[in-house]
Design a protein around this ligand. Structure first.
Ligand code: AMP
Length: 336
């Protein structure tokens, strides 16, 4: 697909196009290109992206597009139930997301509000009681409003968990679970996270229905202190190429070398080959017990094992100070 995509290719309503134009957006960002059609089509989406990639518009624009048929000028709060709920970890992010959504729906006739803790609850309560279609909220304050019956969530059609990893880090899981229970079962759910810990995966498994995964690499994500090299080799020559690399001075001198592979089979096979060739080697993968993994890791850190072959699943959360050499034997599934 070399064809340049523009915002008009998504078929957005004129009122959204006008706002996009005023925002000065000319070309969709990569996450927008991937996510917008999926969200428009009603899919659940798991987005691997962080702030700065244009992710707010990637869910905000299609979400608003889907709500435009519900826009109305009635004064009755009952005609303005919350139809889209966006949960964010912090007031800053809530505010930032809300400012963007407000701008996107400037001409759409949809009402928006933003509620977070640490400020007076009363004016937020008044806004909610008048009725709004799009609500951006931090979890704790939203629950306060629900307890006070300032709003209710039984007509939510789309829910977004923004920066889900940060929400979990901040201990919001119980609050999020309580909120999700208040939503209709029939709904669209979107989740964005910069990282994919087992906790995030489990949240996604519980919360999303057959999600489509969209992923964009973080820009400038490599540390300047790391030298990167790419060797193009045929599959059948990879093991030999790895041996050659390991015999280079840089690797000979290194205390530790971590080799990532994409499957348990490769992990076992490569470990055997390296062992036969006299390397102090061990492996970490999903079939090993937590105890075995910890022991292997300790031996690696102490230098008893020089080469550690690991699958990326098993290697998540490895904390090794100043690891001198990392080799991606397979191209990782996940760029991050
Ligand atoms: P976000 O990652 O959603 O926080 O967006 C980061 C910044 O990029 C915000 O200031 C957005 O207004 C801006 N932005 C989002 N999409 C586009 C686009 N397609 N073209 C130009 N700027 C954009």
């Amino acid at each position: 697909m070399t064809q340049e995509r523009t915002f008009s290719s998504f078929g957005f309503h004129d009122c959204l196009m006008r706002a996009i134009d005023e925002m000065g957006y000319v070309k969709p960002t990569p996450i927008q290109l991937s996510a917008i059609p999926l969200v428009l089509a009603g899919h659940d989406v798991m987005g691997a992206a962080q702030t700065g990639t244009g992710k707010t518009a990637s869910f905000g624009l299609p979400l608003l597009e889907r709500l435009i048929p519900f826009a109305n000028a009635s004064a009755s709060p009952a005609r303005h139930p919350v139809r889209a709920l966006i949960l964010t970890p912090t007031r800053e992010l809530a505010d930032q997301v809300h400012v963007n959504l407000q701008a996107y729906c400037k001409y759409a006739g949809l009402r928006t509000a933003c509620v977070f803790g640490g400020v007076d609850i009363r004016s937020q309560a008044d806004t909610l009681r008048r009725g709004i279609e799009v609500l951006v909220a931090t979890p704790g304050r939203l629950l306060d409003h629900i307890e006070q019956k300032n709003t209710q969530l039984s007509q939510v059609q789309v829910v977004v968990l923004d920066e889900a990893d940060r929400m979990l880090d901040m201990g919001f899981l119980p609050d999020i679970s309580r909120i999700l229970k208040l939503l209709p079962r029939e709904r669209q759910s979107l989740m964005f996270s910069a990282t994919f810990s087992p906790e995030i995966k489990s949240l996604a498994a519980n919360f999303l229905n057959d999600p489509k995964l969209v992923e964009v690499a973080r820009e400038n994500s490599t540390a300047k202190t790391i030298t990167q090299r790419l060797y193009e080799v045929h599959d059948s020559e990879k093991v030999d190429a790895l041996m050659d690399l390991l015999e280079e001075d840089r690797c000979e001198e290194a205390k530790n070398i971590l080799v990532f592979v994409n499957s348990k089979i490769t992990c076992r096979r490569l470990t055997r080959v390296l062992d036969h060739n006299g390397f102090k080697v061990d492996s970490i993968h999903g079939d090993k017990t937590q105890d075995e993994r910890l022991k292997t890791l300790e031996a690696f850190k102490s230098g008893d094992i020089k080469v550690l072959v690991a699958t990326d699943v098993a290697a998540r959360g490895l904390d090794i100070a100043e690891l001198p050499v990392v080799i991606n034997f397979d191209v990782p599934f996940n760029a991050e």
